[in-house]
Design a binder for this molecule. Structure first.
Ligand SMILES: Cc1cc2nc3c(=O)[nH]c(=O)nc-3n(C[C@H](O)[C@H](O)[C@H](O)COP(=O)(O)OP(=O)(O)OC[C@H]3O[C@@H](n4cnc5c(N)ncnc54)[C@H](O)[C@@H]3O)c2cc1C
Length: 497
């Protein structure tokens, strides 16, 4: 009987990163993935010759000297990642109340942009910029320092509300909106989002925002190669259906096809609530189970993957964010009747030339809206679901074309992904975009630790600490700290270049 050192359930970014580092450190690892392809939301797929990213569109803190550059250099793959820097003068373009605002890369440029738009609010702008720097500087792992302040339980910025904080700085509504505008990247909610989430994500994009040259799936291939080269194994089409304990705390992991695997340790990269569906819960406290099961998730995405006619839509090296109402908190003010209240347009880097071959448009949707279609994959429900998807997609497209008329004559085909698609594909309870919703009002409740009461059973991925490429990498390092000397690992990552 083979006993692995670690079995990792799920091959999202968090699963692959932890497997790669554990492999590098000599652990014998097995990754079990339910889908035919590894990668989770990091995966890419091809339609009509266009490579789309399922969920990872643009990333920050990955340029020279950044945390992600050092981490991927440590794994020996940084130089193979094809990255395209977004427009340093305007990587984000926000359309709010009919006006366009541009976020540039770099703290100085960001501060100057804000002061030039709001000269009377210089004090508020400076305070905001300094606070974002302060929050980012506090996080030890993000700064690749010996972790002292690592636990979110002790992080004061995790217990501070983003919206409240902005409102204490200024009464200027326009400035308040502009400071809060990038909250789509964490499905921010006015009432609950911690300052921590917004500040860390803003900080990492201010270091430079990048798209993947050939879709985010290239990173899946590179991480797979690191795992395989170190003797690790990745098995796809292997949905885990049970994890139980055997004698001497060896864990038995069983897949849908009835295969049994054994390990000293198990890491779940699957949403914690979905993990409890296959984990032997008898060793967990009922109060813990209740908490995990009751946690709210961030909103889910509704995405259009659009292929374009040749040579029609000029490539845009920036993102467009449209707020269709008089507020920048669409996740808080979600209204089924008024949907879509916001959308995001992302171009994919073309192979050559100045025209885009494909774009993605993403907005929010509540999982409740797809519930009527959740039960069945066939018959009438399937037909109704198809019809409903088409109606919703066309409604969204109509709003997009009103605001972005250049798209009108450019569309060739489109595919739709709903919250149900993401739920099925990622195995999370509601197909949510960024996992468990963090709530500063009840910070400790919504903070999931990587370690559990079950010896040798851990979590990793976006539900631990933070989501996104940078957040999941932080989470991976936090989980890895239970397997090795984290100070030494951080030292080695720091030395990588
Ligand atoms: C639409 C969208 C847009 C986004 N845009 C960005 C962006 O621009 N930039 C950014 O940084 N982040 C973005 N994100 C967030 C980012 O993609 C995620 O935070 C990150 O990819 C999550 O990685 P993860 O490791 O937590 O797990 P996931 O990617 O969720 O992977 C979990 C894996 O577990 C597998 N699994 C589930 N159940 C089982 C089971 N029982 N047995 C075996 N395997 C199982 C799943 O199939 C999946 O492969 C976006 C997300 C979405 C959805």
């Amino acid at each position: 009987m083979v006993i692995y050192d670690v079995i990792i359930i799920g091959s999202g970014l968090g699963g692959l990163e932890t497997a790669a580092v554990l492999g590098k450190k000599g652990f014998r690892v097995l990754v079990l993935e339910k889908n035919p392809q590894a990668g989770g939301a990091l995966q890419s797929f091809v339609v009509n010759g266009c490579t789309f990213s399922a969920g990872m569109h643009y990333v920050g803190a990955i340029g020279k000297g950044s945390v992600l550059q050092k981490f991927f250099s440590y794994l020996g793959i940084y130089d193979d990642i094809e990255l395209q820097p977004l427009d340093a003068e305007a990587y984000e373009r926000f359309f709010i109340d009919g006006k366009e605002y541009r976020y540039p890369v770099g703290y100085n440029a960001f501060q100057e942009m804000l002061v030039s738009l709001f000269p009377r609010e210089e004090k508020a702008v400076n305070a905001f910029v300094n606070k974002v720097k302060e929050v980012a500087a506090y996080q030890d792992i993000y700064n690749l320092r010996t972790p002292v302040n690592n636990n979110l339980f002790n992080n004061p910025y995790f217990k501070t509300g983003l919206c409240d904080y902005i409102e204490t700085l200024t009464g200027n509504k326009e400035l308040q909106k502009l400071l809060a505008a990038p909250n789509f990247v964490h499905a921010g909610e006015k009432e609950s989002t911690p300052l921590y989430t917004h500040a860390l994500i803003l900080d990492h994009y201010l270091q430079g925002a990048y798209r993947f040259g050939k879709g985010s799936g290239q990173l899946v291939q590179l991480l797979k190669k690191v795992i395989n080269d170190q003797g690790g194994t990745i098995l796809t089409n292997s949905r885990v259906t049970s994890v139980t304990m055997t004698e001497k705390e060896i864990k038995q992991v069983v897949t849908e096809s009835g295969e049994h695997f054994f390990a000293k340790n198990v890491i779940s990269n699957v949403h914690p609530a979905a993990t409890l569906d296959f984990l032997d819960n008898s060793l967990l406290k009922p109060v813990y189970i209740k908490r995990i099961k009751s946690l709210e998730n961030s909103l889910s995405p509704f995405s259009l993957f659009i292929t374009l006619k040749k040579g029609v839509l000029p490539y845009e090296n920036y993102n467009r964010h449209y707020f269709l109402e008089d507020n920048v908190w669409p996740a808080s003010r979600y209204n089924k009747e008024k949907w879509p209240q916001y959308f995001f347009v992302h171009h994919y880097v073309p192979d050559g030339g100045k025209y885009s071959k494909c774009i993605s448009v993403i907005t929010y949707m509540k999982y409740e809206e797809v519930l009527p279609f959740a039960g069945s994959d066939n018959g009438n429900v399937k037909a109704e679901y198809k019809e409903w998807k088409k109606r919703k997609a066309e409604k969204l497209l109509q709003r997009v074309m009103e605001k972005y008329p250049a798209l009108k004559d450019a569309i060739e085909t489109y595919n739709v992904a709903t919250p149900l698609t993401f739920k099925r594909y990622l195995g999370s309870p509601t197909g949510s975009m960024y996992g468990i919703k963090r709530d500063f009002r009840n910070a400790n409740y919504s903070n999931i630790l990587p370690v559990t009461r079950i010896p040798g059973f851990y979590f990793t991925g976006q539900n631990i600490n933070l989501h996104g490429m940078m957040g999941v990498t932080l989470s991976s390092l936090v989980t890895l700290g239970f397997f090795m000397d984290i100070n030494q690992l951080i030292e080695e990552i720091n030395e990588a270049s």
